[in-house]
Unconditional design. Sequence first.
Length: 84
Amino acid sequence: PGFEDGNFVGPTLLSNIKTDNAAYTNEIFGPVLVCLEADTLEDAMGIINSNPYGNGCAIFTSSGAAARKFQQEIDVGQVGINVP
């Protein structure tokens, strides 16, 4: 009801999201990028590995060691290093 002609969501960027936000806890089907920040690499990997969806994630770093650790220790479908 109300979407007889379809429902379109344009490309959307959600930032400053926390792990209890509905945008994080529910899988969104559409062109939506949900951005979370973490204080440490270990915190970031903990957030990623505890997410039940595990679709994809990215890290932005100038440290090759951090990039390798991130790539090897997370459990997701896609990993981006210095790319969105």
